[in-house]
Design a protein around this ligand. Structure first.
Ligand SMILES: [Zn+2]
Length: 77
């Protein structure tokens, strides 16, 4: 079986279809992910992104606080 015939079969079977955002596999449009593994991967990536954003926010606030203290100290002299 060649790659082209496999793709034609997918088209005939499902008609309009979407692709899995994780692995790019063709899947029915009513599904968000092709498999449970991809669903788990998606949520893991999101969790990591959120965590990283939070750390960056805390770091930014820390830097601002330090700058503010410096400005306060030098302004007071
Ligand atoms: Zn997938």
């Amino acid at each position: 079986m060649s790659q082209a015939s496999w793709k034609d079969q997918i088209k005939k079977k499902w008609g309009p279809h979407s692709h899995c955002p994780i692995c790019g596999k063709a899947m029915p449009t009513d599904k968000q992910f092709c498999s449970q593994t991809c669903r788990d991967n998606y949520h893991n990536i999101n969790k990591k992104k959120k965590k990283k954003g939070k750390v960056q926010m805390i770091f930014m606030f820390g830097m601002m606080a330090v700058l503010f203290v410096f400005m306060f100290v030098f302004g007071g002299i």
